[in-house]
Design a protein around this ligand. Structure first.
Ligand SMILES: [Mg+2]
Length: 265
């Protein structure tokens, strides 16, 4: 297990780890400053593929955190990275937001709604979902049994002020009922986002940690990528959940404030 003092790249989950909804935790700014001052680097890791990095930069700015494009690893970016590795130059059908399409175009992909020209299906957290898109994906899955089928993130729900709305995983379940097929999911808990972060930032597994409040997404992605894992109890996970989980993080902290104390001493 890596010592926290040896960690140089900190991959942060955001909600429940650095803030809760629209309320920034009181240690967050000092923690991020301290990581920089002690020669480290941090990145923000999110499974939400409906919003662009520009949207997140604005959100963090409202909370008082200055950030830029290079500070983020999103499931949209990771999907572009995965597609470039395995399906370079292919034409995509994207059931996702304009933000996701923009991200994939930036990654060099052509996107079409002409179903005869599609090589591969990409599902995102589509807050602009229409029945036409469900119809088109059903058609592709049923008429092209071997068509590659990729999804940005497996989350079933996305939190809102009143509870939650269906996320990418739930829509993929609807399509499973139609086609019997499940996509390859790119976001947490897969190892792809931590791997992309290490590649972009130029750090090794031994120098990297994932910090988050969910065991089955954040911690699991760190375990899958073979990096250090820090579970914070400032969000969704209770001690009962931790106790019952087969996946054990390397470190458990009340909040990321404990990480700040370690880095300062
Ligand atoms: Mg979280």
């Amino acid at each position: 297990m890596n010592k926290i003092k040896d960690i140089k790249l900190f991959l942060f989950d955001m909600d429940g780890t650095l803030y809760l909804g629209d309320r920034l935790y009181d240690f967050t700014i000092e923690l991020l400053d301290t990581i920089k001052k002690t020669g480290g680097r941090y990145m923000f890791m999110t499974n939400n593929s409906s919003r662009s990095v520009a949207d997140y930069i604005k959100k963090l700015d409202r909370l008082g955190i200055k950030s830029d494009y290079e500070d983020f690893i999103t499931s949209s970016q990771a999907t572009g990275y995965y597609l470039n590795k395995h399906y370079k130059g292919k034409t995509l059908y994207v059931c996702g937001t304009e933000s996701l399409k923009e991200e994939l175009r930036r990654g060099g992909f052509e996107i079409t709604e002409d179903l005869d020209k599609v090589d591969l299906i990409v599902m995102g957290f589509d807050t602009e979902l229409t029945f036409k898109k469900l119809h088109d994906v059903s058609y592709l899955l049923l008429t092209r049994k071997d068509i590659p089928y990729i999804a940005t993130n497996p989350d079933y729900v996305c939190p809102t002020e009143f509870g939650s709305v269906p996320d990418c995983g739930s829509v993929c379940d609807m399509l499973y009922n139609v086609s019997g097929r499940r996509p390859i999911f790119i976001g947490k808990p897969s190892k792809l986002m931590p791997e992309l972060a290490m590649e972009k930032a130029g750090y090794t597994r031994e120098q990297t940690a994932v910090i988050g409040d969910r065991i089955y997404t954040d911690i699991k992605s760190g375990l899958n990528a073979g990096v250090a894992t820090i579970l914070v109890m400032s969000g969704e996970t209770t001690y009962e959940i931790l106790e019952a989980s087969e996946d054990k993080p390397d470190y458990v902290m009340g909040s990321a404030k404990e990480l700040l104390e370690i880095l300062k001493n």
